[in-house]
Design a protein around this ligand. Structure first.
Ligand SMILES: Cc1cc2nc3c(=O)[nH]c(=O)nc-3n(C[C@H](O)[C@H](O)[C@H](O)COP(=O)(O)OP(=O)(O)OC[C@H]3O[C@@H](n4cnc5c(N)ncnc54)[C@H](O)[C@@H]3O)c2cc1C
Length: 587
């Protein structure tokens, strides 16, 4: 049976020692009064809920799955109580708008506790995380009347929300959706069509489900410029907030999936369902991106959470499992063998997980800090942070979820054959981590978003500014690791300049280099963050153990993981020809 301990101390260290969250919050009027003591108490409460209520249901959720019965969906045993414990604790509204019953806490904090719930039970946590994203969308784009009717109920968790984009013929390419919206007057539309793969599309945890649906008006322009966004409630909402008739939106079936089996993934049918326009006609995709950007960071954190729980179990196993002897001779006298953690290859696997997880945790919290600044900073800070969020969101989604899956596989490998057996729990982590690389836009699409829209489109400006900031931030550091980080930043700038220049004459270059570029980018950011963590641990002084651990883990990162950037840069410089040479029929 797997175990899980939420990394509360690590999160506290990243928030306050690495990023000095207290000073940041003190500088933003929206967060005055939020301090370390309060946040520590919140993190401990989250850890308790994740460990005690969510985690014990993780294997049950996987074994039982969600069940579809005549259009209704039954979630696995225990999910309802755990969901109520979560929503009853006010967690859904923690970063929400104060005037609608939210608590207005920083995004940086929610990033920290989200990791714990994904680690403890991703299948269950998904019922809440889409609601949190929908709240951000509605707060930004819905009418005051809709906000008044919906946000308090969503924050309380009495209602939940979904994101309905994908159709059988339209996944990555939303410009070709065919769901129709016929105007009926008064801002009401009749929605007709089918969606597939809708997370939490139907379930038994809430009184109502609000579907945020992309559809096209009859006279809409072709492609993504003709998409509108509608709120389609499962039960219609009366003016006084009570629930009215059942709307014509139903779950046609549940998908049978490789992982996250506790999460109900529905095919949805809309048969002239009542939909309310959100934002302007034909500008729905832009509004939907408010939610998608939130969800993308969240899905990266999903990868991190699963990687962390997988790592903890691999580490504990490696300390206990006795096989073979240490290369320097027996370490456990009187025992037939040494624990496998003595073997360099096992240490390599564990250190790779530890170095990536801790680096990715700092990455997620940094993006959270930029989201807070983009919303609550002064004009200059807002502009700069918005740029940073746009640049880093695809990296946070793809780099963290790629590491999430790879680390889950490494953790499974540490357990040998036992990792392949269900009881260990590791094979579930591998299956559950896989989806984060695929949904919310595949990691290939994230890489294209980074290279085309965030880097090439502005001639590399936002990337260059970020590199300059990382370099300036390292000015106080010393030694070989600093030199390696500065070299890695220069490498990122040099391949960026090359891609900006050459893509003008080579339309396939961006696509052929995108995933390598994304990977290189992520590794460089982690190099910067590892130096920040080493520095912060040193300054904390009293905790000498942590300081030594951080320094040694950073040494591993710089010696064994960061060198991958050289191979990635070589591959990028090889251009598009090797990728595009073979004609489709010769595959
Ligand atoms: C369990 C689960 C839950 C989901 N939950 C939701 C949800 O709640 N709401 C929702 O709307 N959707 C949801 N999805 C759908 C998910 O977001 C899509 O599956 C995903 O975006 C990819 O779309 P697709 O499956 O149609 O693949 P396709 O778009 O057909 O892509 C197939 C392959 O081609 C590549 N590709 C496609 N176009 C390009 C391009 N232009 N350049 C380079 N490569 C390209 C892709 O990267 C991928 O490797 C969910 C999916 C699953 C499996």
């Amino acid at each position: 049976m797997p175990t899980y301990t939420a990394p509360t101390d690590e999160l506290d260290f990243v928030l306050f020692d690495v990023f000095d969250a207290e000073s940041l919050w003190a500088s933003l009027p929206a967060f005055r009064g939020v301090n370390r003591e309060l946040v520590r108490a919140i993190l401990e409460a989250a850890a308790n809920l994740a460990e005690q209520e969510f985690f014990p249901l993780n294997q049950i959720g996987d074994a039982e799955g969600s069940r579809w019965i005549d259009g209704e969906v039954r979630t696995p045993p225990g999910f309802r109580d755990a969901y109520e414990a979560f929503t009853g604790g006010g967690w859904l509204g923690i970063a929400g708008e104060k005037q609608y019953g939210g608590q207005g806490m920083p995004k940086m904090l929610t990033v920290a506790w989200e990791e714990m719930f994904y680690a403890a039970n991703t299948g269950l946590f998904l019922y809440t995380s889409l609601t949190a994203g929908a709240c951000i969308l509605l707060a930004a784009h819905a009418s005051d009347e809709l906000k008044r009717l919906c946000l308090p109920k969503l924050y309380e968790g009495r209602w939940s929300a979904t994101m309905d984009l994908t159709e059988p013929q339209a996944g990555s390419d939303l410009g070709i959706i065919t769901t129709k919206a016929e105007p009926r007057g008064d801002g009401i539309y009749a929605i007709t069509g089918s969606k597939i793969f809708i997370t939490s599309g139907e379930h038994d945890l809430t009184e109502n489900i609000l579907h945020l649906v992309l559809a096209k008006l009859p006279d809409a322009p072709a492609g993504s410029r003709g998409i509108s966004l509608f709120l389609v409630p499962k039960f219609l909402i009366n003016d006084d907030g009570t629930l009215g008739e059942r709307n014509a939106v139903t779950s046609a079936s549940l998908e049978k999936k490789m992982g996250i089996r506790g999460s109900a993934t529905s095919a949805m049918r809309y048969e002239g369902a009542t939909g309310l326009l959100i934002g302007e006609e034909n500008r729905g995709l832009a509004a939907m991106f408010t939610m998608m950007n939130y969800e993308r960071l969240s899905i990266g954190i999903q990868g991190l959470g699963i990687a962390e729980v997988a790592y903890q179990n691999a580490r504990d196993y490696a300390r206990e499992r006795l096989q073979g002897r240490a290369p320097t001779g027996p370490e456990l006298e009187g025992s037939p063998a040494d624990p496998i953690i003595v073997h360099p290859d096992v240490r390599r696997m564990l250190l790779a997980q530890k170095a990536y997880n801790e680096g990715c945790r700092a990455f997620a919290v940094y993006v959270g800090s930029q989201l807070d600044l983009a919303r609550h900073g002064d004009d200059d800070a807002r502009r700069q942070a918005a740029d940073r969020v746009a640049l880093l969101t695809p990296v946070a989604k793809a780099f963290l979820s790629d590491r999430g899956f790879e680390n889950a596989v490494l953790a499974q490998q540490v357990l040998g054959g036992h990792g392949y057996i269900r009881e260990s729990g590791l094979e579930q982590y591998v299956r559950d981590a896989r989806i984060a690389q695929i949904y919310e836009g595949t990691n290939g699409i994230q890489a294209m978003d980074l290279i085309e829209r965030k880097v090439i489109r502005d001639g590399g400006r936002a990337c260059h500014e970020f590199c300059a900031e990382m370099r300036a931030d390292l000015s106080g550091a010393k030694g070989a690791t600093k030199e390696a980080a500065v070299e890695a930043i220069a490498l990122l700038e040099s391949v960026t300049a090359l891609l900006v220049k050459k893509s003008k004459n080579d339309p396939a270059l961006a696509g052929a280099s995108a995933v390598d570029y994304m990977d290189l980018f992520g590794h460089v950011v982690l190099a910067w963050l590892w130096l920040k963590m080493v520095d912060a641990a040193k300054k904390r002084g009293a905790d000498a153990g942590r300081s030594g651990d951080k320094r040694k883990t950073a040494e591993f990162y710089f010696a064994k993981l960061l060198p991958k950037v050289d191979a990635l840069a070589r591959s990028i410089r090889a251009g598009s020809k090797p990728v595009m040479g073979l004609s489709p029929e010769r595959f």
